[in-house]
Design a protein around this ligand. Sequence first.
Ligand SMILES: Nc1ncnc2c1ncn2[C@@H]1O[C@H](COP(=O)(O)OP(=O)(O)OP(=O)(O)O)[C@@H](O)[C@H]1O
Length: 388
Amino acid sequence: MNIIPPEGQRGAPAYLGATAGMRLLDLENKTASDMVLSEVSKTISRYPVDFRGARIISGKEEGSYGWITINYLLESFMKYSFGGRWVRPVSSKIYGALDLGGASTQISFIPKVEIADPGQRADFKLYGFPYSIYTHSFLCYGQNQALKQMLVKAVEGKDLSRPINIPCYPAGYKSTIAQASLYNSPCTVNSAPSSSLVQNINIIGTGNSTQCQDLLKTIYDFNSCTGKDFCSFDGIYQPPVVGNFFAFSAFFYTFDFLNLTSGQDLPTVKSSIQTFCARDWTELQASFPKERMDRLRDYCANANYILTLLLDAYKFNENNWNSISFMKQAADTDIGWTLGYMLNLTNMIPSEAPASVRMQSYDVWIAAVFFIVLTLALGLLMLLLYCR
Ligand SMILES: Nc1ncnc2c1ncn2[C@@H]1O[C@H](COP(=O)(O)OP(=O)(O)OP(=O)(O)O)[C@@H](O)[C@H]1O
């Protein structure tokens, strides 16, 4: 309401899309999630905007719209030749999208191979060209839910009357958690022991990256990929990653905190994470007094989670690691699924190429250079004639 001038507010379309946190609530308690959406809708309806509804978007939509957002902002879909014709954009210039939320994570890209599983394919026609992207959203693998799964694995089969070592928490971190809090999500409820969950559990951070990654790897089911050609985890089809990627949301927040967003190579990233995780909790708090405690505690776990997700699950490796850019913004705009959602709902990306288009800045440059060269050549010719 502060940004849109008053005379434009009534005509401003407003949508509300909810993501994985609400997808989980919807699974847990449909009545509660309907009530949330209804209350939110009631409130937004009171504003003088053109409110067009609140809904929970699917994981496929979340992944696709993130992909559309970055490629729209980077103008990867546009290719206008000097001759006035639209030509197919170079597919290697189109970025893949990696989005890490609190409850889910999305991967979307144009693979080199035909997408064998139609369930993981999204088709678009943008500016006259068709695109088929591979996209998958993993519910329960956003960083908050992934860390909950990690804690469940850490306590599994342990004597809970004794303190439990958590290698993903900083060395010296101590806390007491209610056993029931580990199983209060659809992502972990099935792992709950049959006995009553009345215990409090004492946990102690040991800040060990290697052990943390080993623990985190147990939250993925890699066995269900055995014998399958292209597969990430939990039996989900995924063609080999190819091309350049933008990694945003929590991928960026964590790597930004650790100063790892400047294109560092994989060994440097791994050793920085290892060094950070080994830092003593008291010393960490003193070094970052303004950082939220829960975030400070979780950066080691989240950084290691990002490594296992990218390397073990999605199968990036040392050779293509630098094809991933950890970014918050593109073209001075925040990256996320929301812009793509809006562009789609307001039909702002035409499916057909416009019949006549304004010259792109690149073509204006070519024309300018051509004009200058021609003028210089003519000037030179006239000078020569004059001298003679
Ligand atoms: N400035 C920040 N610094 C560090 N972490 C952050 C910051 N902002 C958000 N986060 C964390 O990043 C994660 C992703 O947040 P985001 O708001 O992008 O996702 P979400 O909407 O919860 O995702 P989902 O699609 O899974 O519902 C969350 O765990 C959140 O706590």
